[in-house]
Design a binder for this molecule. Structure first.
Ligand code: SF4
Length: 519
């Protein structure tokens, strides 16, 4: 008999008593089952199979439940799934309908962080136990797991936030009635128990909210050019194309180009003779260029023209007898490349304190340059220290911190004050993305770097009615879209673009890849 009555608040529907028991134990164990003495999340038994689920769904529709989750066990359709794996539905297919669950990546990330194995994908709801040929049909339709209840229960959500998580008990390798299924069932119930607290976190993050979108954000002209260079090189010369270092510091971009046939290497000695190599947007030192020439490699240079400008300044100052203080962060590829232009004349200055350590031969022959993706506020402090100590110090002809860095920092500053939390899309090794996190924090707002929606911790969103969203210059706009979609699965959202400026910068391609003029 189903336990769905006139529920209010967040409700997790579990078809079987053992499934409901596992989820309740998990919630109790983590102290997540009560809030102010009231159940924070109610786990209700909705009944086994389609008929009972439809009855439960009819009651859910009339109930005051504001959030509906389905938790239980399921059969695997995808061969790589093992007993105890969890499947979080990005959509549930059943009864001729597809029900999307946009917040699936957010729950999946939370489940992974507690150590569970998780796949996000479609779950099919069948109307009866199916044989192998019917499983194959569902697999061909894209489903990775099958149950008999999720579709009607989620349909009852009717616009309310919804999610389904199923723990795999049986796999295509073994029949449902094999003794191994009992072992698989126990693994599934264990995983379901552990899924309780993440489901409670998901329910606690549900709320209507505003999303302030910083603009400009995401790709700059230098990154777009570098990605296009790899794509064109693949098209023109065929795979594989070798790329020295990450073309831009972003895991999503790198993974996509790897799929197209790019091979990323750390150094030229990993590139076979006769191959084509692309140098990344961060630039290279002349020593690397010389080594490629010596090896006879076909090289295409994707160095951003604004990084190349800093290289040219370093060469010019060094040739004029200046000591060049390069303001930047040790170990960054761009800094290594710029220092390599005039290694004997360049000193790295990471902070105002480093300025005191400079020992130029002539105090009147000091110049400073900057890493293009520094925090504008921070760099200003170091430049002030330079000018205090060396009033005649010469700087770059025009700002070294590039337009894209400056604009994205101004934009995140414009949203930070009005946001409860700021999410910055970018990879951990992306300098300009890290500077956006710091800029938001300096404005007094908690900020987090995320590579994708799964990285967002639901605890950051609980109680956050306004979320600021931006992306570093190397982060793809598509990931920003995916995050907005995921947030929309936690309740209605209003997105506001906060535009501080618009950008129209474009850079030309290197000569090797320009189309030859028709002739
Ligand atoms: S962040 Fe600036 S310097 Fe770096 S690639 Fe983009 S435009 Fe070029």
């Amino acid at each position: 008999m189903s336990e769905v009555h006139d529920m209010s608040g967040p409700v997790i529907c579990a078809p079987l008593r053992v499934e409901a028991g596992a989820l309740r134990r998990g919630l109790r164990g983590a102290g997540a089952s009560t809030r102010g003495g009231q159940p924070a999340v109610a786990v209700v038994r909705s009944g086994y199979g389609p008929a009972r689920s439809m009855q439960a769904a009819a009651r859910l529709k009339r109930s005051g439940a504001d959030v509906i989750a389905v938790g239980g066990v399921a059969g695997a359709l995808a061969s790589e799934l093992r007993p105890g794996d969890l499947v979080v539905a990005d959509k549930v297919i059943g009864g001729g309908r597809e029900i999307r669950c946009p917040s699936a990546p957010l729950l999946a990330g939370e489940l992974r962080r507690v150590g569970l194995r998780v796949r996000v994908g479609p779950i099919a709801t069948a109307e009866r136990l199916l044989d192998r040929s019917e499983h194959a049909r569902l697999r061909a339709a894209g489903a990775i797991a099958v149950d008999m209840e999720s579709a009607p229960l989620l349909e009852a959500a009717d616009g309310r936030p919804r999610v389904a998580v199923r723990a795999i008990s049986d796999t295509p390798a073994h029949s449902l009635f094999s003794p191994r299924t009992v072992v698989g069932g126990l693994a599934a119930l264990r995983a379901l128990r552990q899924a309780g607290p993440p489901l409670a976190s998901w329910a606690a993050a549900v709320a209507p909210r505003k999303v302030l979108m910083a603009s400009p954000r995401s790709f700059c002209a230098g990154v777009e050019r570098a990605i296009e260079i790899v794509e064109l090189a693949l098209e023109r010369y065929g795979a594989p194309i070798y790329v020295r270092k990450q073309i831009v510091h972003n895991t999503t971009v790198v993974a996509r180009l790897e799929k197209l046939g790019a091979i990323f290497v750390d150094e030229l000695d990993e590139v076979p003779d006769g191959a084509t190599v692309v140098f990344s947007a961060h630039g290279i030192s002349p020593a690397v260029r010389r080594e490629a020439e010596r090896r006879g490699l076909a090289a295409v240079d994707a160095t951003c023209p604004l990084v190349a400008k800093v290289h040219a300044e370093a060469r010019r100052f060094a040739a004029d007898g200046y000591v060049v203080a390069l303001i930047g962060h040790a170990g960054h590829e761009e800094v290594e490349g710029t220092m390599g232009e005039a290694p004997d004349a360049t000193e790295l200055v990471e902070s105002a304190a480093d300025v005191a350590k400079l020992k130029p031969g002539h105090p009147g022959k000091v110049a400073y340059l900057m890493h293009t993706t520094l925090a504008v506020d921070e760099a200003r402090g170091v430049v002030d220290a330079m000018l205090d100590r060396f009033p005649e110090a010469r700087g770059p002809g025009s700002d070294d911190i590039c337009y894209a860095t400056t604009n994205r920092q101004n934009a995140v500053r414009a949203i930070a004050a009005d946001s409860d939390v700021v999410l910055v899309v970018g990879s951990a090794n992306s300098s300009n993305s890290l500077r956006l996190v710091e800029t938001a924090e300096r404005a007094g707002t908690a900020a987090h770097l995320v590579d994708n929606a799964e990285d967002i911790e639901l605890g950051w969103l609980a109680g956050a009615s306004t979320v600021g969203l931006t992306a570093g210059a190397s982060a793809p706009p598509a990931v920003v879209g995916e995050i907005v979609d995921a947030l929309s699965g936690l309740g209605p959202i209003q997105t506001d673009e906060v535009v501080v400026t618009t950008e129209a910068v474009q850079f030309g391609l290197p000569k090797e890849l320009r189309r030859s003029a028709p002739g």
